[in-house]
Design a protein around this ligand. Structure first.
Ligand SMILES: [Zn+2]
Length: 410
């Protein structure tokens, strides 16, 4: 696995980092490289692209019931060497090892999936392939999405042999899927702070994303006395500070005001309009709902006190997606047996695993520590010994899951 990761780095990195953006020649080259790896396996596997461009690799077992392992080979522009690739290449290693141990005939069918366009970095549509698989994709809303050069998603897909109207057909791959496992780098600082190599993921946090606009009165900065100002930025700034205690009341909640624009936005005017964005996340839907209500109430109070009005417009939201309790327990066992200590944590970023879990297929993820919590840039890194531990624990998890599937059947 480490050899493959190094090879992939040589193949797909330039001076600025990984260049594996989905639906580009670089990504297709990486996928062709992966197909060569499949052709060289000691046991023959069937593989094909589904209607949404996800690559499925199948090693038939004694039972059609399938254990699915996967992640994504695509990356954000100037990305790191592990995001996504680690999960795909670990899955390849585990599939190969189990094939060897069972003389090419495992007790259940083993499948590997390389999801298409997890990142959504080019067209702003994350989890493209896995949402098509899950049936939660909205073709109508995504058809005309365009990249910076004006190429539409529909055109880019067609260039890769994918018809946008057919992507829902990827749902046929759900047949016989009995469990889904994904290994991924944490992309955050939690495990490193705890000095732990590995953690089990409880689920992906729900997200509430809103555009909040405060409106006051634009006025001359020299002639308008402080007492009569209706400063939209002042109201927004108070909310930016207030979301911190609102989130801190819950252990894993986060709240971010990521964008603030002022109008007219000149040095000699009191701000008449302030456009902000708010992104709030938690694994518990009730907590997320409470945070949203508190932030809303706070914004109305601050607006009133600053002589302004406030309007909320939803940008996007997704409910929290908890992973399977039985698989969480198996992942915990596998990590304890491999690394001695474990930790359970929710994922702030979304992953393909969330789309799989939404369909009702029992799902769990395992995280390996990220150095300095960095990801989506070339500095992304994980200690090699931690990558080795991660592979061992993931292999254990796969074997435990197979035992469980066989046990459920008999
Ligand atoms: Zn990823």
């Amino acid at each position: 696995m480490l050899g493959n990761l190094d090879e992939l780095r040589r193949l797909s990195h330039d001076a600025y980092g990984a260049q594996r953006l989905a639906w580009t020649p670089q990504w297709l080259a990486v996928r062709a490289w992966f197909a060569q790896k499949l052709a060289a396996l000691p046991y023959p596997v069937e593989h094909h692209l589904d209607a949404a461009g996800n690559r499925w690799v199948t090693l038939p077992g004694a039972s059609p019931q399938a254990l699915v392992l996967g992640s994504h080979l695509d990356a954000v522009p100037n990305g790191g060497w592990l995001d996504g690739c680690l999960g795909v290449l670990a899955a390849l290693e585990v599939l190969t090892a189990i094939a060897e141990d069972t003389h090419g005939r495992p007790p259940v069918t083993l499948r590997l999936v390389d999801w298409a366009d997890e990142e959504g970095a080019r067209f702003g549509r994350s989890l493209f392939g896995s949402s098509a698989f899950a049936g939660s994709h909205t073709i109508a809303a995504d058809r005309m999405r365009a990249d910076r050069d004006g190429t539409t998603l529909e055109t880019a897909l067609a260039a890769c042999g994918i018809a946008i109207d057919r992507i829902g057909d990827a749902s046929v791959e759900r047949q016989n899927a009995a469990a889904y496992l994904e290994l991924h780098i944490e992309q955050g600082p939690v495990l490193e702070a705890l000095q732990l190599p590995l953690g089990v993921v409880l689920g992906t946090k729900g997200v509430e994303r809103w555009a909040i606009t405060f409106t006051g009165q634009e006025a001359h900065s020299g002639s308008t006395p402080m007492a009569v100002r209706r400063d939209a930025l002042a109201a927004a700034a108070r909310l930016a500070l207030e979301i911190r205690p609102i989130a801190r009341r819950h252990p894993d909640a986060v709240a971010t005001m990521g964008s603030v624009k002022t109008f007219p936005g000149i040095v000699t005017a009191v701000v008449g309009r302030c456009e902000t964005t708010l992104d709030m996340r938690d694994l518990d839907a009730a907590v997320l709902g409470q945070m949203l209500a508190e932030a809303r109430a706070a914004s109305e109070r601050f607006a009133a006190e600053e002589g302004c009005t406030v309007a909320w417009l939803k940008i996007w939201s997704i409910e929290p997606i908890p992973f399977d309790a039985h698989l969480i327990a198996l992942a915990e066992e596998a990590i304890l047996e491999t690394a001695g200590r474990s930790h359970a944590l929710p994922s702030g970023p979304l992953h393909d695993a969330a789309e799989v879990a939404r369909t009702g297929i029992p799902t769990v993820m395992m995280f390996v520590q990220s150095l300095a919590g960095l990801s989506h840039n070339p500095a992304e890194d994980t200690r090699r010994e931690h990558l080795e531990l991660a592979l061992r624990a993931f292999d254990q998890l796969a074997r435990k899951t197979i035992e469980r599937l066989v046990g459920e059947r008999s």
